[in-house]
Design a binder for this molecule. Structure first.
Ligand SMILES: [Zn+2]
Length: 696
C-alpha cells in the first residue's frame, strides 16, 4: 500500500484515498477481479490507474466514448503518466506506433473502444505484451439490462477463457442488481466478494425542486446569482434547447444549445468550449454529458421533469465532480406530467414507465429529505436528514386542503368533466375569457369560487390532486380532467385531503446579497485567470492544469514557496515543476498588493499569513497588539481566509457564537465575556465574532 500512497501523492497530488479506493486498489494488486459500483465523481478511475502504475507492465482500458478517453488520457499526460488511446480516426502508422510502444513497455495505460479491443492486433498484444490489468469502464454497457448496451462489450469477457490470470476490473456508476449479475456472468467474475459497492450519496450536491412557473425568469435569476459558474440545463426537446439558449444569449448570458441533431463538428466544438471554460452554460437534451468529464460543473437545472430517477441522478451527478459545493434544481410542471403520461401511454411497457414516473413525482412533491428519497431508491438507507436540500432547510407546510379540493372537484363536475386544467382554473378564478363565455361556463354556480388563489397556486394544487388520485387527465380526450372514485369521496363524503402550500419564492434577499459582492478580484479569480492562460497556451482544458479544488486550497493556504505549494491537494510532482512558479508568482503579487498601499488591516493580515506572530506584527508595524487583532478581525469579515485556528479553535468559536446569539447580539464584547465567566479572552471573542458577523 505504501507504493500506492506514494503514487497518489507524487503523481496525482492527493494525500488521502477516497472511501473504498484503498480496498479496491489492494484487491487488484493482489491479482483479483473486481466489479466497482461508484457514483460519478467518486474517484472511479483511480481504482485502476493506481494499480496500473504500481504494477509492472501495462493496463488496457476499454471505454465506450472517444471524448471520455481523450479527457482521461489528457489528464494522465498532464500528470506525467505515459498514457495513449488508440481509435479508428488515427491513421494506420499512428496506430502501429502506439502498438509498438505498448509492446516495448513504453506505455502504462492504453485506452481503446470495445470495437477496437476485439480486433486481432489487440489480441496479439494481450498474448505477447506485458499486460497487468484489463479495466472496463462504463461496464453497464456489457449488459442488455444496462441502458447503453453495446454488443461488442458483451464479448470482452471471452479473454478470460484464454488468459484466466489477467485481473479484470469493471467499473460503472449505474447498475441495478440484475445488471450487476449480468456483468459478473459475462466477465466470468465468480465471487460476490469481488463486488465493491460505494455509497451513491453525493453530499456536496444541494438538491431543490420548484414548481416550473415563469421558468425563464427563474433560470435567469438563478444564473445571475451565480456569475461565472459553469452549468448545464437539461431540456426535453431539441427545439427547447435552442429556444432557451437563444433567449439566454439575448439577455447577455453565455449559453449554447447542444443536441443530437447537430453536426459532429459543431457538437465537438461546443463540448470543447464548455470543458475549457470558454462557454459558461449548455442547454442540452440528455444526449449531453455522457462523454464529458468536466469536474467544475457547479450546477445542473432540469428545465422539465425527468422520466425516471435513474436518469435524473445520472444527470445531476455531472455537477460537482471536484467535490466542491454544487447545486441541482428541478423545475416541474403540470404540462410535463401530461407529456410523459402521454408518451408512456403509447409504450408497451406502460406500467413500468408509469411506476418509474410516479417515483419522480414522489421525489418532486416530497415532504421529507430529498436525499433520503434518492438514496432509498438506490437501496441505500440514510438515518438522518441531510441538511443540504430544500426540504431540510425549509420543510413544506401541509394544510387541510379538503375545501380547496372540493371547489375544484365541484367546478369540474359542473363543467361536465369536459375541461382541461387551464380552463378549469379560469372557471375557478372567475375569468371571463372567450372559451369560458362561449361554453357558458361563467354561468355555473362554482364560477369564481376560487378567486382567492392565483393561477400558479391552482396549478400547484391540481397537480397534487392528480398525484393523490382525486382527478385524472384523459389522454384520449384532449387531456380533459375526470373525477376519480377518491375524488367522489372527497366531494360527497367529505373525505379529508392534505395539500402542500404554494409559496412564491422571495428573491429580494438574494439580490441584496449579490450587491454586497466585492468588485475587486479575489485571489481565486486571479489564480483562475492564470490557469486559463496556461491551459490555452497548451491547448488543454483548464481543469487539467489544476482543478478548482486545488485553486481554492491555494487561496486558503496562500503558499509562497514550492515546498508549501507541494502540500496543496492535486499538486503532484510533474505539475509542481511545470506550473508551480506561475502560481507562486500570482500569490506573491497578491501578497505584495496586500502589504503595499491599500488598507492598513490588509498589511497586518498579509504579515500574519506569512506566519508572523501577533507580537512580531505589532513590532514591525509599530502598532499595538490589540490593533493587530482588530486588523485580523476586519480581514476575516471582508472574507479573507486567515488561518487563526491557533488563536481560537472551532469549538471555542462555536461557544462564543452561541453566547452572542443567546445574549441577543450585543453591541459590545463585555456581555459575552461576562456570560462566559471570563473564561475566554477578548482576543478569542473578537476573532470568533468576526466569523459570526461575516455571516450575518
Ligand atoms: Zn435533506
Amino acid at each position: 500500500m505504501t507504493n500506492s500512497r506514494r503514487i497518489l501523492k507524487e503523481v496525482f497530488g492527493y494525500s488521502d484515498f477516497r472511501p473504498l479506493q484503498k480496498d479496491i486498489i489492494s484487491h487488484i494488486i493482489n491479482g483479483e477481479d473486481a466489479l466497482v459500483l461508484m457514483p460519478t465523481g467518486g474517484g472511479k478511475s483511480m481504482c485502476f490507474q493506481i494499480p496500473a502504475l504500481v504494477m509492472d507492465g501495462m493496463c488496457i482500458v476499454v471505454s465506450p466514448l472517444i471524448s471520455l478517453m481523450k479527457d482521461q488520457v489528457g489528464s494522465l499526460k498532464a500528470c506525467g503518466v505515459k498514457a495513449e488511446f488508440i481509435h479508428g480516426s488515427l491513421d494506420f502508422s499512428e496506430q502501429q506506433n502506439i502498438l509498438n510502444g505498448a509492446l516495448n513497455g513504453k506505455i502504462k495505460l492504453l485506452y481503446m473502444s470495445p470495437e477496437r479491443f476485439i480486433q486481432s492486433d489487440i489480441h496479439d498484444l494481450i498474448y505477447n505484451g506485458n499486460i497487468n490489468l484489463l479495466a472496463i469502464d462504463e461496464a453497464h454497457c456489457i449488459s442488455v439490462w444496462g441502458h447503453d448496451f453495446r454488443p461488442e462489450y458483451a464479448s470482452i469477457g471471452k479473454i478470460k477463457k484464454h488468459k484466466p490470470d489477467l485481473p479484470i476490473i469493471a467499473l460503472t456508476a449505474t447498475a441495478d442488481e440484475i445488471t450487476r449479475d449480468d456483468i459478473l456472468e459475462k466477465l466470468y467474475i465468480k465471487d460476490k466478494e469481488n463486488i465493491f459497492l460505494a455509497s451513491f450519496d453525493r453530499p456536496n450536491i444541494h438538491f431543490s425542486v420548484e414548481p416550473g412557473q415563469q421558468k425563464f425568469k427563474r433560470i435567469k435569476a438563478f444564473i445571475e446569482e451565480r456569475p461565472d459558474s459553469s452549468g448545464i440545463i437539461y431540456c426535453l426537446s431539441r427545439k427547447e434547447t435552442e429556444r432557451l439558449a437563444n433567449k439566454l444569449q439575448g439577455s447577455g448570458i453565455d449559453a449554447q444549445a447542444f443536441h443530437a441533431g447537430m453536426s459532429f463538428a459543431t457538437k465537438e466544438k461546443i463540448q470543447d468550449d464548455f470543458i475549457s471554460d470558454r462557454c459558461q452554460i449548455i442547454c442540452a437534451t440528455i444526449a449531453f454529458g455522457m462523454g464529458i468529464d468536466k469536474p467544475n460543473v457547479r450546477w445542473v437545472i432540469h428545465h422539465n421533469l425527468p422520466k425516471n430517477i435513474e436518469n435524473y441522478f445520472q444527470e445531476v451527478g455531472r455537477a460537482g465532480r471536484d467535490g466542491l459545493d454544487a447545486e441541482a434544481l428541478l423545475l416541474y410542471s403540470y404540462s410535463d406530467m401530461l407529456l410523459w403520461k402521454k408518451i408512456n401511454q403509447e409504450s408497451t411497457q406502460k406500467e413500468l414507465l408509469d411506476a418509474k414516473l410516479n417515483r419522480v413525482f414522489d421525489y418532486a412533491e416530497a415532504s421529507i429529505c430529498r436525499r433520503k428519497i434518492l438514496l432509498n431508491y438506490f437501496n441505500e438507507s440514510s438515518e438522518s436528514d441531510c441538511g443540504n436540500c430544500d426540504v431540510c432547510e425549509n420543510p413544506p407546510h401541509i394544510f387541510d386542503g379538503t375545501l380547496i379540493s372540493q371547489k375544484a372537484l365541484s367546478a369540474l363536475k359542473r363543467s361536465r368533466e369536459s375541461v382541461g386544467g387551464n380552463v378549469l382554473i379560469q372557471v375557478l378564478r372567475g375569468s371571463y375569457n372567450a372559451e369560458v363565455m362561449e361554453r357558458g361556463l361563467h354561468e355555473i354556480p362554482t364560477f369564481g369560487l376560487g378567486k382567492e388563489h392565483s393561477f400558479y397556486q391552482w396549478q400547484h394544487y391540481l397537480l397534487q390532486m392528480i398525484q393523490l388520485g382525486l382527478i385524472e387527465p384523459k389522454y384520449k380526450d384532449r387531456n380533459n380532467l375526470k373525477v376519480c372514485e377518491l375524488g367522489n369521496q372527497v366531494l360527497f363524503k367529505n373525505k379529508k385531503v392534505n395539500l402542500v402550500t404554494y409559496e412564491e419564492k422571495e428573491r429580494k434577499e438574494v439580490v441584496k446579497k449579490q450587491k454586497r459582492k466585492p468588485e475587486k478580484k479575489t485571489l481565486f479569480d486571479l489564480l483562475r485567470a492564470r490557469r486559463l492562460q496556461l491551459a490555452n497556451k497548451e491547448g488543454i482544458p483548464a481543469y487539467m492544469v489544476f482543478g478548482d479544488a486545488s485553486l481554492k486550497d491555494m487561496e486558503t493556504a496562500m503558499p509562497i514557496t514550492m515546498d508549501d505549494l507541494a502540500h496543496i491537494s492535486g499538486v503532484g510532482t510533474v505539475k509542481l515543476e511545470k506550473y508551480g512558479k506561475d502560481f507562486i508568482e500570482v500569490i506573491q503579487a497578491y501578497y505584495k498588493e496586500l502589504k503595499g498601499k491599500g488598507d492598513s488591516f490588509k498589511h497586518s493580515c498579509a504579515l500574519f499569513q506569512e506566519g508572523k506572530s501577533l507580537e512580531e506584527i505589532a513590532q514591525i508595524r509599530n502598532i499595538k497588539e490589540v490593533t493587530v487583532i482588530s486588523h485580523l478581525a476586519a480581514g476575516i469579515q471582508k472574507g479573507m481566509k486567515l488561518q487563526v485556528q491557533d488563536l481560537v479553535s472551532e469549538v471555542e468559536k462555536q461557544i462564543i457564537a452561541d453566547a452572542f446569539v443567546r445574549l441577543d447580539k450585543p453591541k459590545a464584547m463585555k456581555p459575552v465575556f461576562e456570560d462566559l465567566n471570563m473564561e475566554y479572552s477578548y482576543t478569542k471573542i473578537r476573532l470568533a465574532l468576526a466569523f459570526v458577523l461575516d455571516e450575518v
